[in-house]
Design a protein around this ligand. Structure first.
Ligand code: CAA
Length: 246
């Protein structure tokens, strides 16, 4: 059988690039979808994924028609898109009192509308072929709320609502839809938190360390496996015990 084809949005980002390599290692042909990057960032990414079956495609998850055209091109080239990991995300941290409409809208457009724009364009093919794996990368801060993140927490909580609803719609079609909620990981996004607060957060993680992208990538890969067909609609927290709940 030919390889399963996976799209990872935010594919050259901190978590995205590691997810791409992990999925490639487990036998997928991977498309790393991301905004057009600077030549230096792109060549660093290409160096990182050298030897893995990972190809870069430039695209903007906020552009519904663009996502549709990309999916169509990939389906023509590979025959199918079997796996979608929605990992594109941004932060614009600021307390609500000071938040400008653009800081709200930018986060919602990328982090939540982006999930709709890609998923809506892949779901028909997955249903028709009777197979699909969708994983949405949410956040511990969608589960708990975070000071300065009304925009991000709303988008990330909304993402799991989307997961649960879509999981029901496609459960009989061989398509699973799940969420992974990372805690604080060693990425550029987390490095933007002011150092004293960042230190405080890291010290409060029960396992005693910050997460690594591979911690998240392993969880995503597990949910994307063919054998994970009985797991759908779940939220899998990967946070070192920072938020433990039922
Ligand atoms: N907790 C409690 N109080 C806080 C606070 C916090 N985290 N941050 C600020 N405050 C207080 C300030 O002391 C200040 O108090 P006073 O009015 O009494 O002086 C008040 O709140 C307002 O503070 P600021 O004017 O500094 O607030 P701000 O709007 O400029 O922004 C902030 C504050 C920079 C957003 C800050 O709260 C912060 O860094 N929060 C954490 C954000 C965070 O964790 N982001 C995660 C990014 S990584 C990620 O998101 C990945 C993932 O999925 C895990």
């Amino acid at each position: 059988m030919s390889k399963r084809v996976a799209i990872v949005s935010g594919g050259i980002g901190g978590l995205g690039s590691c997810i791409c390599m992990q999925l490639a290692q487990s036998g997928h042909s991977v498309i790393a979808l991301d905004l057009t990057a600077s030549e230096s960032r792109l060549s660093a990414f290409r160096e990182q994924v050298a030897g893995f079956d990972v190809q870069f495609e430039a695209g903007d998850v906020t552009d519904f028609a663009g996502c549709g055209a990309l999916v169509q091109r990939l389906e023509q080239r590979f025959g199918s898109v079997d796996v979608l990991v929605n990992a594109a995300g941004i932060t614009r941290d600021v307390s609500l009192r000071k938040m400008r409409p653009a800081q709200w809208a930018d986060v919602l457009r990328v982090d939540l509308d982006g999930v709709f724009n890609l998923t809506q364009n892949v779901i028909g093919g997955m249903i028709d072929r009777g197979y699909g794996r969708i994983v949405n990368i949410s956040s511990i801060n969608g589960q708990t709320g975070q000071f300065g993140q009304t925009n991000y927490s709303a988008a990330k909580a909304g993402m799991h609502g989307f997961t649960m609803a879509l999981a029901r719609e496609v459960a009989r079609k061989g398509v699973t839809v799940n969420t992974v909620s990372p805690g604080y990981c060693d990425t550029e996004m987390v490095k933007t938190i002011a150092q004293p607060l960042r230190e405080q957060i890291i010290q409060s993680i029960p396992v005693g360390r910050i997460g690594q992208p591979i911690d998240i990538a392993r969880a995503v890969d597990f949910l994307c496996a063919e054998g994970s067909s009985f797991i759908t609609g779940v939220n899998l927290p990967v946070n070192g015990g920072l938020f433990i709940s039922f």
